[in-house]
Write a protein that binds this ligand. Structure first.
Ligand SMILES: Cc1ncc(COP(=O)(O)O)c(C=O)c1O
Length: 429
């Protein structure tokens, strides 16, 4: 068997998978330890053909996978491994570029910087900021807080009680105290907390729980007056800014110090790809630049290893480039608008049934709702166990609520209506 034969097989497998993923049970239907028990406990001594791997992928691994690329995957923040992203991942692996420094692969650095500038334009972000890609928003926030610490060491990090837990983790990692700020009745961070001892404030555009948008303009004003770094976590909802009518969510970001948006959440790019921009690249450089003898810097070039924690850097820019070129601004806007429409439709179905309620504003593609008199955790578990859809729960004001997050390019109105039917019948049962 030649590499070419195996490539054909792998491509056939991918094509068939994408064609049938919508018919598979969305969430894995296995118990802990079940997959491991079916895998050999030691590696093979002799090499095996690729076919054997594809067979085991189907027989052993696939039944234990949750299908994030399923159109009725609505848990956490649903996303899409889109066609251009999948094809680009193949090219990335073939090229196997490690984009540590400009010299380690010049075009990879320059493509990354260019693609981030393209994305900044699509999102209406300020031009001329430094942009680079991190693996995840978690890492991007660590990088931003490390940069903030160079300007004001030893202070606290303030973020909303609805902020993603990665913010607290990042504060812990860079050795800054973390303080949680209460939210108002629409789950937005209150802006009236004392700020003088802060090193950084992290505002969220699209919180993980409800997708609430913190008051960035007001926070930016206070941070700028107090000399405090403002980092904006727009990991999920930042993508909405491709649509002019949703761009309000990024208002004030032009006065922040850094902002992160995850193309691997709501911009149709396979995990992982997190875009980080800053107007203070020198603070990132101060936090991260080291020049070992074996990695000399190139004059007039930028070495992206100097702006974040990792030395080794995947060629993620290629997949973001592929996604932006395949869809174009027009295609991205159409998909985001469709997801928002579907979320509004789902909310109206919930609101049309007096036994249920929508529990938070839903400006994007995520709806938080609950059955008024039911065990919502049990309803979500039963709906997920049906294999028809996957929804997650969270707690808001001490109450369990169900979250339905739309982010897959293949999700249709029929999927949304089916999800509502399944949820209602699980609640009735
Ligand atoms: C608002 C928000 N910020 C940050 C993160 C962390 O993202 P990542 O998994 O890329 O670290 C999440 C994850 O869901 C999130 O919802």
């Amino acid at each position: 068997m030649t590499f070419r034969d195996d490539l054909d097989r792998a491509c056939d497998w991918v094509d068939a998978y994408l064609g049938r993923v919508g018919d598979l049970p969305v969430a894995a239907q296995v118990q802990p330890g079940e997959t491991r028990a079916r895998l050999p406990s030691s590696p093979p001594e002799r090499g095996e053909p690729f076919d054997a791997l594809l067979r085991d992928l189907d027989e052993i691994v696939l039944p234990g996978l949750t299908h994030w690329n399923h159109p009725r995957f609505f848990a956490w923040f649903a996303n899409t491994g889109s066609e251009p992203g999948i094809l680009a991942e193949l090219l990335i692996a073939a090229l196997n570029v490690n984009n540590m420094t400009w010299l380690s692969s010049p075009a990879a650095t320059e493509l990354e910087v260019t693609v981030l500038d393209w994305l900044a334009q699509l999102l209406g972000l300020p031009r001329g900021w430094h942009g680079h890609i991190e693996d995840t928003a978690s890492t991007a926030t660590v990088a931003a807080l490390a940069a903030a610490r160079t300007l004001k060491p030893g202070g606290a990090v303030y973020a909303s009680e609805q902020a993603n837990f990665s913010v607290e983790k990042a504060a812990r990692l860079v050795g800054l105290e973390y303080r949680s700020v209460p939210v108002d009745d629409t789950f937005r961070m209150r802006a009236d907390f004392p700020i003088d001892d802060a090193t950084a404030v992290v505002a969220t555009v699209g919180t993980t729980g409800t997708t609430s948008v913190d008051p960035v303009p007001e926070l930016a004003r206070r941070c700028n007056d107090a000399g405090v770094w403002l980092h904006v976590d727009a990991a999920y909802a930042g993508a909405a800014a491709v649509c002019p009518e949703l761009r309000w969510c990024m208002e004030g970001v032009e006065n922040a110090d850094s902002v992160v948006v995850n193309p691997h959440k709501w911009l149709f790019t396979p995990v992982d790809c997190s875009a980080l921009w800053t107007r203070r690249p020198e603070a990132f450089h101060e936090a991260f630049a080291l020049v070992p003898d074996y990695l000399a810097a190139t004059e007039a070039a930028i070495d992206l290893k100097d702006y974040g924690p990792a030395l080794g850097r995947r060629f993620r820019a290629l997949k973001l480039w592929a996604v932006l070129r395949w869809y174009g601004g027009e295609g991205l806007r159409a998909l985001i608008r469709e997801h928002v429409r579907l979320a509004q439709l789902f909310a109206s179905l919930v609101e049309g049934d007096p036994a249920w309620e929508v529990v938070a504003p839903h400006p994007f593609s995520t709806v938080c709702f609950r059955r008024r008199d039911g065990d919502n955790d049990a309803i979500a578990r039963a709906a997920t166990a049906s294999g028809e859809l996957f929804v997650a729960t969270t707690k808001l004001r001490g109450q369990s609520v169900i979250r339905l997050a739309i982010g897959n390019a293949q999700t249709t109105e029929a999927d949304i209506r089916r999800a509502w039917e399944v949820l209602r019948s699980c609640a009735a049962a």
